[in-house]
Each structure stands twice: as structure tokens, then as C-alpha cells.
Design a binder for this molecule. Sequence first.
Ligand code: ZN
Length: 650
Amino acid sequence: GVGVIVSPLIALMQDQVVALQQLGVKAAYLNSTLDAASANAIERQMEQGELDLLYVAPERLMTERFLNLLERAPLAMFAIDEAHCVSQWGHDFRPEYIQLSVLHERFPAIPRMALTATADAPTRREILRRLNLEQAGMYVSGFDRPNIRYSISQNQGNAREALLRFIRNEHEDDAGIVYCLSRKKVEQVAEFLSSKGLTALPYHAGLPSAVRQTHQRRFLNEDGVIIVATIAFGMGIDKPDVRFVAHLNMPKSIEAYYQETGRAGRDGQPANAWMMYGLQDVIMLRQMMESSDADETHKRVEHHKLQSMLGFSELTTCKRQALLTYFDDHLEKPCGNCDSCLSPVETWDASVVAQKALSCVYKTEQRFGVNYLIDVLVGKDNARIKQFGHDQVSVYGIGKELDAIQWRSIFRQLIARNLLSVDIEGYGNLRLTESCRSVLRGEETLMLRKETKAEKSKARGRKSKHNIKEEHNALWEALRACRKTLADEHKVAPYMIFHDASLMEMLEARPATPAQFSKINGVGEQKLKKYADAFLQVISQHEDEQVNPIDSEGTVEDTLRLFRTGLDVDAIAAQRDIKPATVYSHLIDSISQGDVELKQVVQLEPKEISLIQDTFLSLADDQHKLKPVYEALDGAFDYDLLRCVRASLN
Ligand code: ZN
């Protein structure tokens, strides 16, 4: 029967279906992008049981027409993807998901499963309840993504430059996603990165849909494209080789952070989750939340989630441990692959300066924003302060030991710890909270993080792409080029041909036969049939070139002239100051042209020559690959000799 997959991600159904078809699965989708004729054709296929999997959006599923179709079709199961959308406690509530309970009412005998990649414990409970799955088995795999390196740093006014440096140092030519909060910022950052020579494309809901589609497609199908996006981008994006996700603003919940950073490194190869945020983000998110017209319950949930995210960002202990704890998962020891673990943050006793900051808020009647408060603390001589008479209050100038940047960091941390709140009126004035009392009274020691200059912190130096060893670079590029050609030919994304991880395995294993090729991870029956030949040829060609690199210096004629005077290969090489391998390649050319006889070049017995020739022919491979012959003869003859003999076969 057919498995019906309910998914809210219409824009991605096509990609998912194409990827499945590549694996030989009979998959299709029904959504508003299809014309009536194609939709009808798919409905007929479904009725006749010709489909394995069908993707459909919840709105369409709910129509009477579709429910009737389901009655007629042979159903195997329902899979509800992105199931957290059914939860109001979750971070991406979609009302139409609630109605999915209709599935079990109308089709009680058909198995159902719900899937999600980001659900904390309360969300999981709500999914079970709303989808009537209380009796179902629950499978929770770990939340840990050990290949992702988490790092969060503070914006000291140079976030764009820091981002550029991060990309240049660690992700030259890599695919990545940069998230920003506003459309305007998306445009600016994309333009900035492009002006620095990177391929960076904007993506946000304000762009025409044709532009959005083109950008998404380029991101999926080309190598090394960076998408700069609002959160409108990426749900369900299944590109495995996204090497970094960068946030230039703070997401509003840990779920959102986990989901967005989770788009990096799906192939299991090393990837970076990099975030930079500042005081302004904290104030803006707080204001957005306070002024939203959601109901009180929802607001409380959002507030709690933002508070958790702020706390997470300011952590000085292992980020991964905290992230996993948030999702009720567990990690025994600090991970060693997050910024806290890699470059521990110093903390300092900030109790006294915190008291100064809090008093300043209090003495100025909780009516001012951060910049004004800092001016008062450092004792600035300006008209506004005089106008309000704040040059006369006891806190005026009591904070001269720190500069404005340091004070901003302290205010940020006080807000993040909920010792100060941001007023809802929208002017950004700060107020004291209940929880600040014990700090203000000196009853609590407050340890804050010591900021380091972003500039000098954690420079890890340039590393080679994908950790490919220098000597493997040429083959790596050749394999990628082969993948790109096949992808263009089949009109699919390169990763749908093979993941980077599979190419890397080819690099290590150097398969020479289809049987060996089939052992590479990611090579199934379908892909073996379709792609093995092309990749095997690339590998064998490369092996040939490695044992005998073609050198552009010198001509065959010069070599041949010296050879005819009786010099051997080494002597010719020495005299011409070229590599012996180059001399060989010239002689091999000459052999295959019939200008020289094989026995003049190689010191082999006639029966040895016949043996090698027979081995080439017996392996019944018209490419006459060297490696199989070398192995078949137990390495008794070196590659140069084999190449010479092979040339004589032409
Ligand atoms: Zn860690």
C-alpha cells in the first residue's frame, strides 16, 4: 500500500520526492504547485496502488475530495512529519495540525506515526495527546550532534566583519546559512558578503517567490552557496553538506536555535554553529515579546523560552551539556567541542558593579534606556543629564572604572539573568525585577563573564576544506566535478547523487571494481547501477596520473632523440632535468605510436611481456586499468613497466 506523509513543507516536497526516486522508491506529492492533469494522474496511481509514498500538506489532506481518495486507495500508513507543529507549547504551532485527529477517527485500522526533530518533554506529551497516540511506542533518539561545534560570542559592534573573518578562516567555498532577524539586515549582510567576493544570496518572505525559489535552488544545487535568511528559510531543508550555520541575531528559543543549527553537518562531517549577539538583540526580542498580541498563556511560554535562550547564550560551562539537558538528554562529561570547552571563559565577581548598575536604574526612576544609564554611571557631562538633574544623584560618575563597552556587557548580562527587564512601552527603558533584590542588597554574589576581544579569541587558523589531505585534493576535486556533471545530467542536487562523506570514502578506499564500489556507504543498488562507472573511471584515471604525472616540460621528440643515442631513462631525466616519470610518459607515447619498440624500452623477458599482456587482456576491461593488473601480478612489476606494456597493446 501507499504511505501517506503529512508535511507542511510544500516548497520542499519536490526535492524530497526526487531524492526518493533516486533511491528507487515510487514517491510522489500532491500540492498546489501541480496542474490539474498531473494531480489527477497521481491520484489515479495512488488508487491503483502504484505508489510507495505520497506527500501531502495538511490543508489538502483535510479536504473531502482527498479523504474520499484515501477511502479508495490501498493505505499502508500515515506519517505525520514535523509533528511538533501540533503543539501549542512547541515553537512552531500550526492550527491545521490539530485537525489531523481526523485520521484516526476515519481510518482507525491504518497505522500512524508522528515524527519530529525538535521537541522537549512537554511538547512530546502534547503531540501524543493531540494526535491520539497515547498508546503508541515512543522512540527518542539522542539529541546530541557531536560533529557540530557550538560557539556564541558577543557582538562588540563588528558582527559583520567577524562573520566574514569566520567564513574566510574556516569555511572558504563551503555552503552555509546566515540567519538575521529582519529583512533589511538580510539584504545588507548578503550584499556585504557578496561585495567581499562570496556567493551570498538573500532569502526572506518579502522577496518575490520566483527569486526565493531560484535562490533556494541554487543553494541546493550549487557548491559553496551561502544563504542569508530570516527564519523563513530552512525548515525541512535536507542539504547534507551545509558546513556552517551562523546567527547574527539571537533566536527566540533554544528549540529554534537547535533546529536552525541542526541544519549544519547532516552528513556527520565537522560543522560549525556560530552565533554573535549583543545587548540590542536582547532588548529587541524582549520588546517584541512584550508587545505581541498573543494571549497571556502563550506570552508566558514565550517569555520562559526566551529566558532559557538568554541563559544558554551567557553560559560559561559546556554548551552541549546544557543543550542536551534542556531536551532531557544527558552528556556525562563536557563535550570538548564547544566554545566553553575549547576556550574557557573567565568569570569575575561583579556583585559591586551590578549594584551600581541596578542603583542607577532605580535612582533615575526606571525611565531610561541603556545608553543614558551608562552616561550617568561614567559621569558624562551633557545637557540631557543636567536637564533631568541626574548630575546631582549619588550614582552620577560612580562607574568610571569601566568604559561604555564594558558597561553594555554588564547590562546585557543583567537582562539575560532577568535582574532587569525591558519596558513594554517600546522606548527600551530598563526596570528592576523582583529577582534583583538580593543582588542589590549585597546578599548574593554575582559572577559574570569576562568579555574577551572577539578579535583575538579562538582563532583556529585556516584549515583545509573538509580536512582533505593535500595530496588528495586533485582526486577530491575530480570526484566533485564528476558528481556535479551527473547531477546536472539527472537534474538533481549533487548531494542526491552522493554525499560528501561517500566521496571521502572513495578517496580513502579507491575502489577499482563495481563490487568494491558497492561497499562505499551511500551506494545502494540503484546508485551502483547508475553511477559506479563514472566514478570508477575518475578514480582509475587519477591513479594512472599519479603513478605517472604528465609533465609539460620537454617534448617527446627530445626524449626520443636521447633515447636513440642509447641513454637509459634515468640518464635522460638527468640530462634534461625532468622527472624520470616524464621520460617514461614520453616513451610510452612513442610505444603506442609505434615509434619505439616495447623491448627497447623495458628490460623484460619476452615471456614476462606476454604474461603482463595476457593479464591486461584477461581482466576484460577495456580501460586497461593498472591497479587490478598490478595486484593480479602480486606487485612483481612496477607501474612504469605496466604502463609501457599497456601502451604496446594499442
Ligand atoms: Zn562543551
